[in-house]
Design a protein around this ligand. Structure first.
Ligand SMILES: Cc1cc2nc3c(=O)[nH]c(=O)nc-3n(C[C@H](O)[C@H](O)[C@H](O)COP(=O)(O)OP(=O)(O)OC[C@H]3O[C@@H](n4cnc5c(N)ncnc54)[C@H](O)[C@@H]3O)c2cc1C
Length: 565
């Protein structure tokens, strides 16, 4: 991926056919499918890529077993198909995972009813996954000792998928793929206004949130993939749609590993909704909630936190109850739910609203708006966008726009990696590198081979190496330290912010990413996390000069060399 400056220059200098607004999952798949079909596409994202809803999901690629309760068989079948396609296309980063639905005396459904539901689910999923199992109380307690509370009656085991490297990295994968097909994609760049040029597309004003500069471009068509901001943007631009959004807030808490297995455990919350215990890296993610939010910018309330902690303490047999001090990190987002009419947005109880996505196309005004959606359904969204773009006159053949590199590349990477790391002290997880970077992992290995210094581990308790970080700096458009800790890696989900800040290696990380601005970026991140920046100088070979820059700027790079950290 070229630098931000190059991407912005590309947008300025080239005629763009389609401008995609929003770098969440819906925008990312739109950009990937259109550019792979040879359509001149650009994507702009006001924050970091996947910096809003798409970084706050449960990381599940699932067929939506809970929607069987509301008899939405069509939706479940569609989601199961989407899940199966993703499991096939991403064999290492999305893994079939066994879920155990633990059933207690207070559950809203009996164990047999859930078992029957799991079979219907399996059938709707075309029998793609391992078959469901009915678990007795003792079997459930033996396989998952944390589920053994006095009220436990037994459980049901079934399969769905989990994103091993997290939702944000999954989204970034599509954006990187789009750029390889010629799409210009840039983060921290907002659409501030849009005006229709009757019969000639749109005049769109962009603001570079880093420099404050504005830029006007004239794409022939626009895709509004602004997630929870779709209505706001349409309203500002005078675009009328049949569908609108309502928002459902959901939160997750990240805590230390609660069970050694990589299974997902599920329970029924007080309101009858399923509640999950999900592995994330080497931690556990617990949640979620589902409450009405009037605004896209939702924040975690104390009662949300308490709801999640109470549930986990009630449904798991833990050595001691979890409290606020056990929380490593928090995630909060709103689900943009598509509703058909303005009046429905006000009257229908929102827990009953369907979780389907809808795409509205206005061929006259040359604009497409995407409402709702799930990570799980992203390939369908991409397919539909290609069809809708054809209605606007942009015809292209579906290209190769998703999926992991071929198995043979992975095998060769693993062989080379194992040989290279044979006599290295560093305990580097090759599988993680492959899941996160695909063929980029081969380049990282090349760095290790050329210079063993590149295998230096930077943070205790993690296998982040200098070589990996330098590769990320040159290929993944990291603008702030939070981009790296929260969305390019799982580090912000693995360590408490204060713990990270106290690691001398974090300053080294920041200097490798941002060169002379490294300490400023580190201080900014600390301030953002409500911490006092650690004053000690890190013991590294990086630039220690007093920092004067006012912005976090990634250091310049060429595709040839790799400037030292
Ligand atoms: C708590 C929770 C749990 C979930 N769990 C799952 C799950 O396990 N599995 C699953 O499949 N789905 C799940 N979902 C649903 C899924 O995460 C969302 O539906 C999806 O991420 C929405 O993606 P999006 O691209 O529509 O929106 P977003 O990810 O919000 O992307 C829209 C982007 O547009 C940008 N933008 C807005 N305005 C502008 C502008 N003017 N200029 C430029 N950019 C702009 C925003 O910054 C934003 O990044 C969950 C959602 C939540 C909230």
């Amino acid at each position: 991926m070229k630098s931000r400056t190059d991407q912005l220059q590309h947008i300025k200098e080239n005629n763009i056919d389609v401008l995609v607004i929003g770098g969440g999952i819906n925008g990312a798949v739109s950009a990937a499918v259109l550019s792979a079909a040879g359509i001149r596409t650009a994507l702009v994202e006001a924050r970091d890529f996947a910096g809003f809803t798409s970084q706050n999901s449960s990381n599940l690629i699932w067929g939506g077993i809970k929607y069987l309760e509301s008899f939405e068989f069509g939706l479940v079948r569609k989601l199961c198909r989407g899940r199966n396609r993703l499991l096939k296309a991403y064999p290492t980063s999305i893994v079939e995972t066994r879920f155990i639905a633990a059933v207690g005396t207070r559950a809203t459904h009996s164990r047999l009813a859930i078992w029957a539901g799991a079979w219907v689910y399996w059938l709707l999923g075309g029998g793609f996954t391992a078959i469901p199992r009915l678990l007795s109380r003792s079997r459930c307690a033996k396989e998952e000792p944390v589920s053994a509370i006095p009220e436990l009656l037994g459980g049901v085991e079934y399969s769905d998928g989990v994103l091993r490297e997290g939702d944000a990295r999954f989204v970034l994968g599509f954006i990187k793929r789009a750029t390889r097909c010629g799409c210009a994609a840039v983060n921290y760049t907002s659409v501030t206004s849009m005006k229709e040029r009757v019969g000639r597309g749109w005049e769109v004003v962009l603001r570079d949130e880093q420099s404050g500069d504005s830029l006007t471009i004239t794409p022939k068509a626009v895709i509004n993939a602004a997630g929870p901001f779709v209505d706001r943007l349409n309203h500002q631009s005078g675009v009328e749609t049949t569908h609108h959004h309502r928002f459902s807030k959901g939160i997750h808490l990240i805590v230390d590993r609660l069970t050694p297995s990589r299974r997902v455990l599920s329970f029924f919350a007080r309101d009858g909704r399923p509640f999950f215990v999900i592995p994330i890296g080497n931690r556990t993610c617990i949640g979620t909630t589902d409450t009405l939010s009037r605004s896209p910018e939702a924040v975690i309330a104390e009662e949300d936190r308490q709801f999640v902690l109470d549930h986990i303490n009630t449904h798991l047999n833990l050595k001691r109850a979890l409290t606020r001090t056990d929380i490593i990190a928090e995630r909060c987002g709103v689900r943009p739910l598509a509703v058909a009419h303005q009046d429905q947005t006000e009257t229908t109880p929102f827990l009953e609203l369907s979780r389907r996505h809808t795409i509205e196309t206005d061929p006259e005004r040359q604009i497409i708006s995407i409402f709702g959606g799930k990570l799980t359904d992203c390939l369908s969204v991409g397919d539909e966008i290609l069809r809708e773009a054809a209605k606007l006159g942009f015809k292209g053949h579906p290209g190769d726009w998703f999926g992991e590199p071929p198995l043979a590349s992975r095998e060769s990477f693993c062989d080379q990696g194992e040989e290279l790391l044979q006599d290295s002290e560093a305990d580097i997880d090759l599988q993680r590198l492959w899941r996160a970077y695909g063929e980029g992992a081969i380049e990282i290995l090349g760095r290790f081979a050329r210079d063993r210094h590149q295998m230096e581990l930077l943070l205790p308790g993690s296998d982040l190496t200098r070589g990996e970080l330098e590769w990320v700096r040159e290929n993944e458009m990291v603008v702030t330290l939070d981009d790296f800790l929260r969305r390019r890696s799982l580090l912000a989900m693995t360590f408490k912010a204060a713990e990270l800040a106290s690691m001398p290696g974090l300053k080294v990380v920041s200097r490798i990413l941002f060169g002379a601005s490294g300490d400023t970026c580190y201080n900014r991140w600390c301030e953002g996390a409500g911490l006092t920046p650690r004053q000690v100088e890190a013991d590294d070979s990086g630039d220690r000069q007093q920092q004067k820059e006012s912005q976090c700027k990634p250091i310049a790079h060429s595709s040839q060399g790799s400037p030292g950290g």
